[in-house]
Each structure stands twice: as structure tokens, then as C-alpha cells.
Write a protein that binds this ligand. Structure first.
Ligand code: NIG
Ligand code: FE
Length: 416
């Protein structure tokens, strides 16, 4: 089926040509066509324009005309950082934190990532697939059209491969654009507590070659943080992945100035994510790189961590991406609308900036900016059709409300 939308109140993020990502002052610029029309053909964006140039019904076959009077159309969100494959939930840790324990204290007691690893060990590929597919359906309904998914709750060769095979199946069976990331370096398993080098050797000598041999991942990630992987260990792991074709990403500076940003820039990472602890030195590093600084407001808020200095980063010319970090420990939500609201309120980012940060910039952070992230001829028709709203700023303004009427992925309605 082909579609022709007419009377669109605002067609948002329209870019005939665009740079790989949007940075600095340009982040305030969100190209919009007011009173627009849009054509979708064979799952792709085929044409658009102003209603004054409305082409009328063309002679396409299978054409449906949709009146979007009062409604906005945006490209779907790209969520460039998630841990959506997991077994069980961790609301007890949430309660423990309410009652005074810190995330790091819970982790030190064997909770946190190791808790999820213990549960994942027992789950079958089939069970993990079903649970993850349900989460994908939920985020699709809230406007996400592309998602990066990490391993990292396996922490053994077999369990990491199990997670990545689940992600491969999700790639095959879900309509979403999916990228896979190998995150064996998410935590040290209890077995290796006294011999951390042995776990690093296992990652470098066995896990990475096995992952690469099966073509199971696009990216490689490390949790570069005190009590997790130090900069030297992180670099060794990322370089080993790079040699076998995996592009680096880094969990950086979430709990401390861990050196993760420098590791990311030096290894040519496509993104460094979290960034609660960033100062001038890290900003200077990022300025000389093509690494996307990615903020995860859900995890920062849920763990009551300090705000990353988003305003300062943008004002220093950097790009910013915003993703959900959907995972059972630090961000049990993958609702990108909510992430945008949080970034506006907590980081003083403008609606224009948060839309750029969650569409084109996250598309770049998943190396998918040529196929998604904007209304551009030939890109996938991954579209959010809102209810009747005054304009796109109303989306982050109405935090927690569901303003989406329909979602289209590659020219097919998945929510109607
Ligand atoms: O991105 N920071 C490390 N990893 C995840 C949390 C994972 C968990 O708690 O299960 C994060 O926040
Ligand atoms: Fe994460």
C-alpha cells in the first residue's frame, strides 16, 4: 500500500541533504514544513511539499489518502542505546534504593548486572526472544523505529552468544531497524573477582573471535568505570574488537570521571554514552572527534545521578544524542517521548534540540543515518503520526502523555 498524507499541520525534521550529525548551534534548527503533504511509496519516503503545491491524487495503484489535519508527522525515534534482552525484572533493587542503598552498593552485594546475569543464565533463547519482542512492540508503539541492543548480561562465552543470537532473531523477525552490540565487558563475573585479567583474556581471545565469526555484532562496548573496566582494560578490549570489524562504543563517565570519554575518542568510538561526570577536559577531547556524546536521561534520573552538562557541551559546539538505555536496573523504560521531556526539563535543551538529538544524531550513533532519522527522499518511511496537537513542542511539554495516533514502520502501520 502507498500513502499520501495531506493537510499535515507540521512535517518535522525535513532535510533534503543533511550532515552526518547536527552539532552546536545547528541543534536549535529543526526544519519544519507547515501545512504539508507527504507521499510514501514502497516503504520509502517518496515526495513531500507544501499544501499550496498539493499534487492531488496521483495515478499510483494501491494509494490511500490520509487527511492529517491538525496532526504532526515526525520521523520515528532512533534509540541508540538499550539492553532490551534480559530475563526478569529488578524492582526489589528499586525498593532497596528508595530505602537508602546506592546502585554501587547493590552491585557490590551481587545485585545489579550480576543479578541479571544469574537470571539470564537460566533463561532459554526462546524465553528471552519472547520477552524482548514484547518490549520491542511496546517501544514501537511509543514511536521508536530503530534500536540498538546490547548483550552484556551473559558474561560467559555461551551466555553472551545466546544473547546475541536472540538479537539476531529479533533483527530477522521485527520490523524495526536493529543494530547489535557485544558488551561482554559489562561487569566482572564473580568467578573472576580475584583474577580480572583472566576475564579480559577470555573476552579478547574467545568471545570477540566467536562473535565476529558468527557475524553477531555491529558494535563492541565496554563499561569504563571504577570497579568495572579501567581505561587500559577498556582500550585493549575495544582495539581487539576493532581488529575484527566491530565499531567501538563506550559506557563512559556515569559514576565518575572514569577516563571513558578519552578511551572512546582515542579508539574512534562512534559514541560515548552516559556522561554524568564531564568537565572541560572531556569536552575538549570530544571537540576534536567524530564521537557522538550520548545522554541517557532515564538512567540519570532513575539513579538520581548528577545532570550531564548538556548546555555547556552544545554551547561548545558539540552534538548531543539522547537514548533510553532501556534495561532492568537503571532505566526500566524505553519511552523516548519521556526521555525528550526529561532532557528539556533537566538539561535545558530546547524541543528542537531534543528532536535532533533523538532522530538524526542517534541514527548516526547507530551508523544508520543514511536510512533513517529524517524526512528525506529515499529514507525508510518510519513515521510518527501524532494526534491533533498545536505543534511538535507539545510532545516534550506533555510529559508522560500518549500523543501518538499511529506509527508507520517501512510503510506499514504497526499501530492503528
Ligand atoms: O547503562 N551502566 C551500565 N550498564 C547499564 C545498567 C545495567 C544494569 O543495571 O543492569 C546502564 O545503565
Ligand atoms: Fe547502558
Amino acid at each position: 500500500m502507498n500513502y499520501l498524507f495531506k493537510n499535515i499541520r507540521q512535517l518535522v525534521q525535513v532535510r533534503e541533504n543533511h550532515p552526518a550529525f547536527i552539532a552546536g548551534e545547528d541543534m536549535k534548527v529543526l526544519p519544519v514544513i507547515e501545512k504539508a503533504w507527504l507521499a510514501v511509496e514502497d516503504g520509502k519516503i517518496a515526495a513531500y511539499g507544501e499544501m499550496k503545491d498539493w499534487p492531488g491524487i496521483s495515478d499510483w495503484r494501491n494509494l490511500e489518502v490520509i487527511d492529517a489535519d491538525g496532526k504532526c508527522i515526525l520521523p520515528c525515534y532512533a534509540d541508540s542505546h538499550t539492553h532490551i534482552v534480559y530475563a526478569g525484572s529488578r524492582e526489589q533493587e528499586f525498593v532497596d534504593r528508595i530505602n537508602g542503598l546506592s546502585y554501587e552498593e547493590i552491585a557490590a552485594r551481587g545485585g545489579g548486572i550480576l543479578n541479571s546475569a544469574a537470571r539470564l543464565e537460566k533463561a532459554s533463547e526462546h524465553e528471552l526472544f519472547d520477552a524482548a519482542m514484547e518490549r520491542l512492540n511496546l517501544i514501537m508503539h511509543s514511536g521508536t523505529g530503530a534500536v540498538e541492543i546490547k548483550s552484556g548480561y551473559g558474561l560467559s562465552l555461551d551466555a553472551e552468544l545466546k544473547m546475541l543470537r536472540v538479537i539476531r532473531q529479533l533483527k530477522e523477525k521485527s520490523p524495526l531497524t536493529i543494530k547489535a552490540t557485544f558488551l561482554g565487558a559489562h561487569a566482572f563475573p564473580a568467578l573472576y573477582k580475584e583474577n580480572k585479567q583472566a576475564y579480559i583474556d577470555l573476552i579478547i581471545r574467545e568471545m570477540i573471535p566467536a562473535v565476529a565469526a558468527e557475524g553477531l555484532a555491529d558494535f563492541i562496548d565496554v563499561f569504563c568505570e571504577r570497579n568495572y573496566f579501567d581505561p587500559q582494560q577498556s582500550t585493549a578490549i575495544l582495539e581487539a574488537g576493532k581488529k575484527l570489524g566491530l565499531t567501538p562504543k563506550v559506557h563512559a563517565n556515569q559514576m565518575s570521571r572514569s577516563g571513558g570519554v578519552q578511551v572512546g575518542v582515542e579508539t574512534g568510538a562512534i559514541s560515548v554514552d552516559h556522561l554524568e561526570y564531564v568537565e572541560d577536559e572531556e569536552i575538549a577531547y570530544l571537540r576534536k572527534s567524530k564521537t557522538m556524546p550520548t545522554l541517557l536521561p532515564g538512567a540519570q534520573w532513575f539513579l538520581s545521578l548528577p545532570h550531564p552538562p548538556a548546555r555547556k557541551m552544545i554551547d561548545n559546539g558539540l552534538p548531543i544524542a539522547i537514548a533510553s538505555d532501556f534495561n532492568p536496573g537503571s532505566s526500566p523504560s524505553g519511552n523516548m517521548n519521556l526521555m525528550l521531556s526529561m532532557a528539556c526539563v533537566m538539561y535545558n535543551m530546547n524541543p528542537e534540540e531534543v528532536v535532533n538529538a533523538s532522530t538524526l544524531n542517534t541514527a548516526y550513533a547507530m551508523q544508520a543515518e543514511h536510512e533513517i532519522g529524517s524526512i528525506t527522499l529515499g529514507k525508510k518511511a518510519n513515521l510518527i503520526l501524532t494526534r491533533e496537537i498545536p505543534g511538535y513542542s507539545y510532545i516534550p511539554y506533555s510529559f508522560g502523555m500518549d500523543l501518538i495516533e499511529k506509527v508507520m514502520i517501512e510503510g506499514r502501520w504497526i499501530r492503528q
